[in-house]
Design a protein around this ligand. Structure first.
Ligand code: KG4
Ligand code: ZN
Length: 342
């Protein structure tokens, strides 16, 4: 095989999607298989860790087999195995890590452990061949909220982070409070299109004295208080207006911080990543703000925003090119920090 075409088999099992992909040279997706467990977890209103691990172990081989089949390759064509080893649910991560180790051991293939959030950022490389570091990236997922400068592939300067809930977590909690199903982000996104974002005034998720940090617990509490008040007064809850107003209050701060950072650090290329980057309101608001300031905005298609293995294949390729190889002692690291390499 020509050395220019590196094919990575990527595996992602950090939460509730069992996923495998084959990605060539970090940008060209040959297959992207996602077996979602959402229906199972929906019964409980959120992810149940033990159920997640048990389902990963049941499905992982079939998902990998399908990824190879759709890519029209066999393990003989694969140059390295990439796998998410943190952060995430430990039992869930272990399934992917053990599988990746078994394949790389049996086939004598290099093993590349990937940081899940580096994967989310790298999802932007898949459909934007022209995008290269440095750029600014807002990462908004169910477990993380970070504003970072991507200085180089896999090299991050963290400007801000959340002080409490992650952005996606806030969406999920507010959705649950108004009786929407899990995961709540896409439900709020849909419902808010029928509502008035100015109907109810909720606090903004800013943190005094920390211009790039976020805090979503105040907005969330304000929503819960509003619901209680309405209930106590025997009034209906205007769900669409509430969804639109909540979403607007979150988006306003996400956009404001991102644009402020782009201006302060003189970065003209801006990306968004993570499950919440699929939010239509956020994409539109960020696009409008970037156009106004002459900034170029990048975001992945929704399928690459939420958890998938193609993004892990993209990140793994750049780690592989840097010479990163993990040994047989690779373990799951549930609290792995961004930029930390274990
Ligand atoms: O990145 P992701 O799939 O998993 C983590 O790494 O956490 O993100 C999942 C989160 C959930 O909180 C989900 O509600 C949220 O992303 N999400 C959305 C949308 N789609 C997914 N939030 C707002 N609008 C959406 N369209
Ligand atoms: Zn994720």
């Amino acid at each position: 095989m020509s050395s220019e075409k590196r094919k990575i088999l990527a595996i992602e099992t950090s939460c509730d999607e069992t996923a495998a992909a084959v990605v060539e040279n970090g940008r060209h997706v040959l297959s992207n298989i996602i077996s979602s467990q959402i229906e199972l977890h929906r019964l409980y209103g959120g992810v149940v860790p033990e159920i997640a691990s048990r389902n990963h172990i049941e499905r992982i081989n079939q998902v990998i087999e399908q990824a190879l089949k759709e890519a029209k390759v066999t393990l003989d064509d694969i140059d390295a195995v990439g796998v998410t080893y943190g952060p995430g649910l430990v039992g869930a991560l272990l399934v992917g890590v053990a599988e990746a180790k078994a394949i790389s051991y049996a086939r004598n293939l290099p093993l590349v452990g990937v940081h899940h959030i580096e994967g989310h950022v790298s999802a932007n490389y898949i459909e934007h061949p022209e995008l290269e570091p440095p750029f600014l990236c807002l990462i908004v997922s169910g477990g993380h909220t970070n504003l970072v400068i991507v200085e180089d592939y896999g090299v991050f300067r963290i400007l801000g982070t959340t002080r409490d809930d992650a952005a996606g977590e806030a969406f999920d909690k507010v959705a649950r409070a108004i009786g929407l199903r899990y995961p709540g982000g896409p439900e709020i996104d849909k419902l808010s299109r029928e509502g008035n974002p100015q109907a109810i005034s909720f606090p903004r998720a800013r943190v005094e004295g920390a211009p790039y940090d976020f805090s979503f617990s105040g907005v969330k509490s304000a929503v819960l208080n509003y619901i209680n008040q309405q209930n106590m007064q025997g009034k209906d809850i205007p769900k669409a207006d509430l969804a639109a107003s909540f979403q607007q209050s979150v988006i306003a701060v996400l956009v404001e911080h991102t644009i402020k950072a782009a201006e302060e650090f003189q970065i003209h290329h801006v990306a968004i990543a993570g499950g919440v980057a699929a939010n239509r309101g956020l994409r539109n608001a960020m696009q409008a703000a970037c156009e106004e300031k002459n900034l170029r905005l990048y975001y992945p298609s929704p399928i690459y925003c939420t958890d998938n293995a193609a993004m892990i294949g993209a990140a793994a390729y750049y780690e592989y090119q840097k010479g990163v190889r993990h040994g047989w002692n690779l373990n799951a690291v549930p609290n792995l920090r961004l930029g930390e390499h274990v």
